[in-house]
Ligand binder design. Structure first.
Ligand SMILES: Nc1nc2c(ncn2[C@@H]2O[C@H](COP(=O)(O)OP(=O)(O)OP(=O)(O)O)[C@@H](O)[C@H]2O)c(=O)[nH]1
Ligand SMILES: [Mg+2]
Length: 229
């Protein structure tokens, strides 16, 4: 297992605490929240960042013609992590080269970065190293980084093997999953892992073990696998 060059955001988050209501609903939890964190979606143009966000936020898939993001879009969703409402402020960035200087300026405010490549596009995978270099140069210490190989539903067009994604993620010590904004596979898991990580770091009880995002996503994937059989 490679050394983690992007350790988790334990205690370094710049989000704020807002206990706004005593409501402890599970599932759709409205707009009140206890904790908030900033999550950025980055990666080459066309890898599926906007679709991943729409799938997570609205549960739908944006099929049809591809509308490339201009600059940065902001959305948020409040998730329930064992009774704590965690507000994820999600920044959907433009992958096009011409917007890079703008989007890099936002890295330092992000608590978590979801770096996407497209499993049907080899060059988007080859560019992951450069994206990781930018993260190292521009993001805050302790930011959580997760690597996502998106479009795993497109089996016949696949150009990047799952093992290649796993190997790269091990080299850089970041958690990894394949996702599909089209089918929804692992989309919630990715965001929930981020929300849970944030919660555990902000309000960790002394007797609790440290939370490990990589273990959580691995177990989540195993669980999905066994439940789908
Ligand atoms: N098959 C499949 N297609 C996807 C998936 N996710 C996105 N797409 C398609 O890929 C194209 C690009 O998706 P976007 O989400 O707009 O890509 P993006 O990363 O936001 O691109 P930029 O905004 O330019 O950075 C669209 O035509 C989507 O329909 C997926 O999981 N599976
Ligand atoms: Mg987009």
């Amino acid at each position: 297992m490679g050394q983690n060059k992007f350790p988790s955001l334990l205690g370094t988050s710049n989000g704020s605490n807002h206990k706004q209501s005593g409501n402890s609903a599970v599932g759709h939890v409205g707009d009140t929240y206890d904790l908030s964190c900033k999550v950025m979606l980055i990666g080459d143009s066309g890898v599926g960042k906007t679709c991943l966000l729409v799938r997570f936020k609205d549960g739908t898939f944006l099929s049809g013609s591809f509308i490339s993001t201009i600059g940065i879009d902001f959305r948020h969703k409040v998730i329930d992590v064992d009774g704590t409402k965690v507000k994820l402020q999600i920044w959907d960035t433009a992958g096009q080269e011409r917007f890079r200087s703008i989007t890099k300026a936002y890295y330092r405010d992000a608590n978590a970065l979801l770096l996407l490549y497209d499993v049907t596009n080899r060059s988007s995978f080859d560019n992951v190293r450069a994206w990781l270099g930018d993260i190292r140069d521009y993001s805050q210490d302790g930011v959580v980084v997760m690597l996502l190989g998106n479009k795993c539903d497109s089996t016949s067009e696949r150009q990047v093997r799952k093992e290649d994604g796993e190997r790269l993620s091990k080299e850089f010590g970041v958690p990894f999953m394949e996702t599909s904004a089209k089918t929804g596979v692992n989309v919630e898991l990715a965001f929930i892992a981020i929300g849970r990580d944030l919660k555990m770091k902000r309000i960790k009880m002394p007797q609790e073990e440290a939370f490990c995002v990589a273990d959580f996503v691995q177990q989540g994937q195993k669980h999905q696998h066994c439940c789908s059989n």
